[in-house]
Design a protein around this ligand. Structure first.
Ligand SMILES: Nc1ncnc2c1ncn2[C@@H]1O[C@H](COP(=O)(O)OP(=O)(O)OP(=O)(O)O)[C@@H](O)[C@H]1O
Length: 240
């Protein structure tokens, strides 16, 4: 699959958009307090994402990786600090528009009852378009699912198959920034590598990707920038 290249030069175009960075996290803090538990997954986190970056996010369980994605898509708000997308604070974006541009692929697939086709064409329908059968077949091929899965019912699929339908549906949205939360956690190694190469192609076409993983091997294969979250702090390093 060839993705249409969106930008001639990644960094150059982000400057052309009027902001040096596509995403800016400025002194972000987030705490949770329940009667039995208090945690502060993010403490004064500052980081920037340039247009076209491929960032791997890693860190022990419960250190705020998914929290970060929830803040980026305004499913939750930070207690302190602000996040800018294309130079504009997130609270100035209309959430549905924001979530099409900054798209969160949840770790547990969120699909509605019906067929694979119903789910794949959902985003197009929201925009008043229809998705042709060939386009759906192409989406399935991109996530290594057989084309006859178009008519399969969601409730008949395995966890890994649902995860792949979920990724295919997200790709059909062509978001500027793809936020992937352990997207291959339910997949065998061959399928996981297939997804990795599709997401790499998506990135090479000029999109920005943030990918949460617990696998050091996967991190090495994929990203050029590593964000490590621990004790509320974010360390950044370049992957050689
Ligand atoms: N709605 C909530 N209410 C209370 N605590 C929460 C809530 N959401 C998250 N937390 C807590 O915040 C911390 C960070 O959670 P988060 O899901 O971001 O971790 P994570 O790094 O993505 O973990 P994992 O690698 O296990 O998926 C955890 O201690 C979690 O218990």
């Amino acid at each position: 699959m060839k993705y249409e290249k969106r930008y001639d030069t990644q960094r150059g175009d982000s400057h052309a958009m009027g902001s040096e960075f596509i995403l800016e996290l400025q002194c972000i803090s987030k705490s949770y307090r329940t009667p039995h538990h208090r945690s502060t997954p993010l403490k004064n986190v500052t980081a920037n994402v340039a247009n076209g970056d491929f960032i791997i996010i890693t860190g022990p369980s419960g250190t705020g990786k998914s929290t970060l994605f929830r803040l980026l898509t305004r499913l939750e708000e930070p207690d302190e600090g602000q996040i800018l997308y294309l130079g504009k604070p997130l609270f100035e974006w209309h959430p549905p528009e924001l979530r099409q541009k900054l798209h969160y692929v949840f770790q547990a697939p969120v699909l509605f009852p019906g067929t694979v086709a119903d789910n794949l064409s959902y985003s197009a329908r929201l925009k008043g378009n229809t998705l042709q059968t060939e386009e759906m077949e192409d989406l399935l091929r991109r996530v290594a699912l057989p084309q006859n899965y178009i008519s399969r019912r969601i409730e008949e699929l395995s966890g890994g198959e649902k995860q792949r339908v979920n990724i295919a549906r997200s790709l059909s949205l062509a978001p500027d920034v793809l936020l992937l939360d352990e997207p291959t956690s339910a997949l065998d190694e061959k399928s996981a590598k297939h997804i990795e190469s599709e997401i790499k192609a998506y990135h090479e076409a000029g999109h920005t990707v943030l990918w949460i993983t617990h696998s050091p091997e996967q991190a090495k294969r994929l990203g050029s920038i590593l964000w490590r979250l621990k004790d509320g702090l974010l360390e950044t390093e370049l992957v050689p």
